[in-house]
Write a protein of this length. Sequence first.
Length: 169
Amino acid sequence: MRKGETEAYLDFAAVRAAPLYRSACLLASGDTHLAEDLVQETLGRMFVVWGRMAKVGNPAAYAQTVLVRAFLTHQRRRSSKERPSADLPDSAARGGDDATLRVTLLDALGRLAPKDRAVLVLRYWEDRSIEETAAALHSTPGAIRTRTVRALARLRADLGGSLAELIAR
């Protein structure tokens, strides 16, 4: 890779690292260590193909697609099911602030299937269209619509009245 391309990649990585990390945190249900690993893997893969990025119209969207695919690949691994205990021995008193709402939502996202989580993050966090989401996940728009409806229904059923209680506080 030429020096100019390396500098362009470093600029791209500096600008896109934070948005990629935020998306990765959502995909990983708040697991910041996994999110960091996913972003590092994404940026590494982007570096490998950076010389050919002139053919790609939107490198930021391409990086987001690489991130989602890296997450789904990680979820298929048998070792990805190992999780530290969610119950901490000394938990702080629950307050009605936004942090509690975020933790509740991240926990609910974590109970969804990886592809359901990926669809919701791409559709609602990344604000992608159904067609863009379908392309990123190698699926059809109809399958994305169905998966979105089912994932949202599962989230609503999983959260039940707890979400309304958290918002009302």
